[in-house]
Design a protein around this ligand. Structure first.
Ligand code: IPE
Ligand code: IPE
Ligand code: MG
Length: 238
C-alpha cells in the first residue's frame, strides 16, 4: 500500500513481452518447457499486482507468429501448457472479475485450444475489473496486413482512411494504445509486438527472466514510468 502511493501516475494499459522462460530453465538445468510452465504460473501474481495498482488493461505477449519456427516439441509443449493454464486458472480469473481477450490469429491453432479460448472469452466478456489481453499467435506485421486486407475487402474510401479508422481494423479495436511496454530478460527489441499501437508507448527493459519478474520488479517499472514525461512530439509543459 505504502509503495503504491509513491506513484504519481500508473499506465492505463500495460503490455509485457514475457521473455526469458527458456534461459530461466536452462540456468537451473531444467528443460525449456519447465520455464514455460513457470512463466504461465507467474501471470497470476503479476495480474493480481496490476489489479492492486488499478491498471485497467494488461496485454501479455505469449506466443509470436515467428515462434512456430521453434522445434516442434517445444511448440507442442507450449500449446499443451496453454490448454492446461486455461483449465486451471479460468474459474478463479472469472471469480476475480477478469475479462479475457485474445489478440492474434486463431487460424493455425488446434480445434481443442481454439474452443477453450472462445469459451474463456465468452464466459468472462462482462467482467470489468481488468482486461487480460493475451497476444497468442500474434505478429504485428500480420495484424497490419490483416487490417489492410479487410479495409480493401470492405471497399473503404481512401479519403476516409485515417489512424482512427485504421485502428478499428486491428485486433485491438476498441482498446486504447499501451502506455508502457515492459520487456523482461534483457533484449532491447520489440520482436513484432504492437508495432502500430506502441508508437508512443514508454519502454522499460529489465534483465530479469519472466518467471522471476515479481511484484517488486513490476513496482520498479511503474515507478520509472511514473517519472517519465510523455511529450507525444510536443514541447515540455504543453
Ligand atoms: C518467452 O521465452 C516465451 C516465448 C517466446 C514463447 P523464451 O522461450 O523466448 O525464452 P528465451 O528467450 O529463450 O530465454
Ligand atoms: C518475443 O520473444 C515473443 C514472446 C515473448 C512471446 P522471442 O524470444 O520470440 O523474441 P526474439 O526471438 O528474442 O526476438
Ligand atoms: Mg526469447
Amino acid at each position: 500500500m505504502g509503495t503504491i502511493t509513491q506513484l504519481t501516475k500508473v499506465p492505463h494499459h500495460l503490455a509485457i513481452i514475457m521473455d526469458g522462460n527458456g534461459r530461466w530453465a536452462q540456468s537451473r538445468g531444467l528443460p525449456r518447457l519447465a520455464g514455460h510452465r513457470a512463466g504461465t504460473e507467474n501471470i497470476r501474481r503479476i495480474l493480481k499486482s496490476c489489479v492492486e495498482h488499478d491498471i485497467k488493461i494488461l496485454t501479455l505477449y505469449a506466443f509470436s507468429t515467428e515462434n512456430w519456427g521453434r522445434p516442434s516439441a517445444e511448440v507442442r509443449g507450449i500449446m499443451r501448457i496453454l490448454e492446461q493454464t486455461i483449465d486451471r486458472e479460468l474459474p478463479e480469473l472469472h471469480r476475480n472479475g477478469v475479462q479475457l481477450r485474445h489478440i492474434g490469429r486463431l487460424e493455425g491453432i488446434s480445434e481443442k485450444l481454439k474452443q477453450k479460448v472462445r469459451q474463456a472469452i465468452e464466459l468472462t466478456k462482462h467482467n470489468d475489473r481488468i482486461i487480460l489481453n493475451v497476444a497468442f499467435n500474434y505478429g504485428g506485421r500480420t495484424e497490419i496486413l490483416d487490417a489492410v486486407r479487410r479495409i480493401v475487402e470492405n471497399g473503404v474510401d481512401p479519403d476516409r482512411l485515417d489512424g482512427g479508422l485504421f485502428s478499428q481494423y486491428l485486433y485491438t479495436a476498441g482498446l486504447p494504445d499501451p502506455d508502457l511496454i515492459i520487456r523482461t530478460a534483457g533484449e532491447l527489441r520489440i520482436s513484432n509486438f504492437l508495432i502500430w499501437q506502441g508508437a508512443y508507448a514508454e519502454y522499460y527493459a529489465t534483465p530479469t527472466y519472466w518467471p522471476d519478474f515479481d511484484e517488486e520488479e513490476l513496482h520498479s517499472a511503474l515507478l520509472e514510468y511514473s517519472g517519465r514525461e510523455r511529450r507525444f512530439g510536443l514541447i515540455s509543459g504543453d
